[in-house]
Ligand binder design. Structure first.
Ligand code: BTN
Length: 245
């Protein structure tokens, strides 16, 4: 992959422009970045806030030669790259929440939206969208979100250049993606688990509670319910249960 960064002042969603370009045949490695998004999209149909000049909003086109069933692992790969980018900025530890949120001190600092296009049995392309809270202050978030979020600025007390942060993220992704191309996706669950914030902890998903056991080779979350059943979770929202016991 040859990463190329295209910076736009303002877009509805970098994800949508990257997808349009990929459909028109754009080669992999193009990263569409916007200094402001007016219609940023998050996982689960939620919206994603991107006020002007504050945060990293970027969507990368990849055309990997992997099976469509492994596409979800690339979102996890992006979350590992995002965690590494955060740590490169002097934050001692960035952890991961399934499937691909990045946490600092238990608060969300970045999220990944991974969207794949599959033609027949072939993975045509994947758009990896990252939203990272870079220079935002708590007052930039709704009062509802404030207790659950953080940013590089909040965690380090200084402002960070968005373009340089984007390049750092792309370098981290490039390294990991090179590994995918040479040896497949098999290493991703292991790398991801090393940063998992909730292994062995009590989780809740749509009213069902259980213990976080492991992440399997396809990136699915295996949760042991109170009745001893192993639940294989491939989508949706899973949260740590408070209190834990
Ligand atoms: C999440 O819900 O945690 C994922 C958020 C992903 C947001 C990013 S910002 C860049 C790209 N463009 C979008 O519209 N969404 C993603």
């Amino acid at each position: 992959m040859n990463p190329r960064l295209a910076i736009h002042q303002r877009l509805a969603s970098t994800q949508d422009l990257a997808r349009e370009l990929a459909l028109q045949g754009e080669a992999e490695g193009l990263a569409v970045m916007a200094l402001e998004q007016t219609g940023g999209r998050g996982r689960g149909g939620r919206s994603w806030l991107s006020p002007p000049g504050k945060n990293l909003a970027l969507s990368l086109i990849l055309r990997p030669s992997i099976s469509p069933g492994d596409a979800g692992l690339l979102g996890m790969m992006a979350s590992i790259a995002a965690a590494e980018t955060v740590e490169e900025r002097g934050i001692p530890r960035a952890e991961l929440k399934w499937p691909n949120d990045v946490l600092v001190g238990g608060r969300k600092i970045a999220g990944i939206l991974s969207e794949a296009r599959i033609s027949g049995n072939v993975l045509d392309f994947v758009i990896l969208g990252i939203g990272m809270n870079v220079n935002s202050d708590l007052s930039d978030f709704s009062t509802e979100l404030q207790p659950t979020v953080t940013s590089l600025f909040i965690a380090t007390g200084r402002q960070w250049n968005l373009e340089k942060t984007a390049h750092s993220f792309l370098h981290r992704i490039e390294d990991l993606y090179q590994r995918v191309n040479s040896q497949g996706c098999g290493f991703i669950p292991e790398f991801w688990t090393a940063r998992w914030a909730h292994q062995g902890q009590k989780l809740t998903r749509e009213g069902v509670t259980g213990t976080a056991e492991r992440v399997d080779a396809n990136g699915a979350l295996l949760m042991r319910t109170a009745e001893g059943r192993l639940m294989r979770i491939t989508s949706g929202e899973v949260n740590a249960l408070f209190p834990q016991s």
